[in-house]
Write a protein that binds this ligand. Structure first.
Ligand SMILES: Nc1ncnc2c1ncn2[C@@H]1O[C@H](COP(=O)(O)OP(=O)(O)OP(=O)(O)O)[C@@H](O)[C@H]1O
Ligand SMILES: [Mg+2]
Length: 265
C-alpha cells in the first residue's frame, strides 16, 4: 500500500494533529494505511471502501465504548468519514501505544521459557478482555448469536469453505455465554514493550462473541505450524489461573462448611 502523505489529510483530521505534522510508517497492515506522527504519540489509520471504512467506524466505536475498561487499548482521538473520489473513506486517529507486535518479539525470543512467559501474559490479557462487561452499544440489533452471524457471513463467502460451514451448521458446537471478544486476536495485534504486553490494537472486529475464537487465534502462531505444547499450556494457565483472593477463598470454604453442617441452619 502507498504510504500516507500529509498532503492527503482531510482538514478535519489535520485539526487533531500538531500543525505541520510529519509522518513515519510502521509495517503496514493488510487492510489499511497507517502513519505515526513524528514527535507525538498519535496514529492515523485510513481505510478505504465500504467494507473497510465500516470496520474503521466500528473500531472507533469499540475504542470509545471500552475506553473506561482499563484494558490497554488506544484512546480514540477522532473519526472522519467522507466520500472521496467516488469511494467511501474513513480516517481514524488514536493514541499510539508503545512497543512492537508480539509476533516480532517472539520471532527473536531466545528460549522456550521466555516464550512461555509471553504466552502466559497473553492468556492473562485474553482473560481480562473476556471478563470485561459488554457495552450495550456494541450489542448487535439482530437476535442472532455470534456464531450464527459468522456462519451466515461465511456461507455467503463461497465455495471454498462451504462444506465446513455446512457441517458446522448441522453439528453446531454447544453455545457458551458470549463475552466481549477482540475478534482479531493474533500476535500482530498485541504489542509488547520491554518485558511486558503494552497493549492490543485493531479493534474493528470487537463485540460480544464466542471467547474461544480469540483463544484459537492467539494459539494459531504465525502460520508456520502448530505452536509448542508448553506455550499452549502457559497460555491456558494465564487464561484460567487468576488466583482466587485469599479472603474470598476463606469465605467460600466457610460457606461450604455451613452448607454441609446441619447445625448451622
Ligand atoms: N495505536 C497503535 N499504537 C501503536 N502501533 C500501532 C497502533 N495502531 C497500529 N499500529 C501499528 O500498525 C500496524 C498495523 O496496524 P493495524 O493492525 O491496526 O492495521 P490493519 O491494516 O487493520 O491490520 P491487519 O488487517 O493486517 O490486521 C500494527 O501492527 C502496529 O505495528
Ligand atoms: Mg492488525
Amino acid at each position: 500500500m502507498q504510504p500516507l502523505s500529509p498532503d492527503e489529510l482531510p482538514d478535519a483530521v489535520r485539526l487533531w494533529l500538531p500543525s505541520n505534522a510529519t509522518f513515519e510508517f510502521p509495517p503496514q497492515g493488510q487492510t489499511s494505511t497507517l502513519a505515526f506522527v513524528v514527535g507525538a504519540p498519535i496514529v492515523v489509520k485510513r481505510m478505504r471502501g465500504a467494507v473497510y471504512s465500516s470496520a474503521a467506524e466500528w473500531e472507533h466505536k469499540a475504542l470509545v465504548e471500552l475506553a473506561d475498561s482499563k484494558l490497554p487499548i488506544p484512546s480514540p482521538l477522532g473519526l472522519h468519514v467522507r466520500e472521496h473520489r467516488g469511494e467511501r473513506e474513513a480516517w481514524l486517529c488514536m493514541s499510539r501505544l508503545p512497543g512492537e507486535p508480539l509476533a516480532s518479539v517472539l520471532e527473536r525470543s531466545p528460549d522456550a521459557d521466555s516464550i512461555c512467559r509471553w504466552y502466559a501474559a497473553l492468556g492473562d490479557l485474553a482473560a481480562r478482555i473476556h471478563a470485561t462487561p459488554i457495552p450495550q452499544a456494541l450489542r448487535p440489533d439482530a437476535p442472532f448469536t455470534w456464531l450464527e452471524r459468522v456462519l451466515s457471513r461465511t456461507r455467503r463467502a463461497g465455495e471454498r469453505v462451504r462444506n465446513l460451514v455446512m457441517r458446522l451448521a448441522r453439528e453446531r458446537p454447544p453455545d457458551i455465554p458470549e463475552t466481549v471478544i477482540h475478534g482479531d486476536f493474533t500476535l500482530d495485534n498485541v504489542l509488547a514493550d520491554g518485558d511486558h504486553i503494552s497493549g492490543v490494537i485493531d479493534w474493528g472486529g470487537a463485540g460480544p462473541g464466542d471467547p474461544r475464537f480469540d483463544v484459537t487465534l492467539a494459539l494459531m502462531g504465525d502460520g508456520e505450524g502448530p505452536i509448542d505444547a508448553r506455550a499452549v499450556r502457559a497460555f491456558l494457565e494465564g487464561y484460567c489461573a487468576a488466583p482466587i483472593p485469599r479472603g474470598l477463598r476463606r469465605f467460600f470454604e466457610q460457606a461450604y462448611q455451613m452448607r454441609t453442617d446441619p447445625t448451622a441452619v
